[in-house]
Design a binder for this molecule. Structure first.
Ligand SMILES: [Zn+2]
Length: 82
């Protein structure tokens, strides 16, 4: 009797993983690559995204880690340009 192992492994097509280097969590948020990249770098990490892409996919852990930085950046932008 054959056992169907494949039914145990489910991969949703199009599902993305976190773009932070070394992180393989499922992504929950997308952030503009530019902003995410800067914030991730400040946190001592690296994004592993291609040059072409404009969005970075982040898992909830890493998103939480940079969320404060993203907010701060937005305020700085407003002060600079507003
Ligand atoms: Zn992550």
């Amino acid at each position: 009797m054959k056992k169907n192992f494949e039914s145990d492994v489910r991969e949703i097509p199009g599902k993305k993983n976190c773009d932070v280097e070394g992180c393989s969590n499922e992504s929950k948020k997308t952030v503009s690559k530019e902003k995410a990249g800067a914030a991730i770098k400040e946190a001592g990490l690296n994004l592993s995204v291609k040059d072409k892409v404009t969005k970075a996919h982040l898992c909830s852990d890493h998103y939480r880690k940079i969320k404060k930085k993203l907010k701060k950046d937005r305020e700085i932008d407003r002060l600079r340009w507003g």
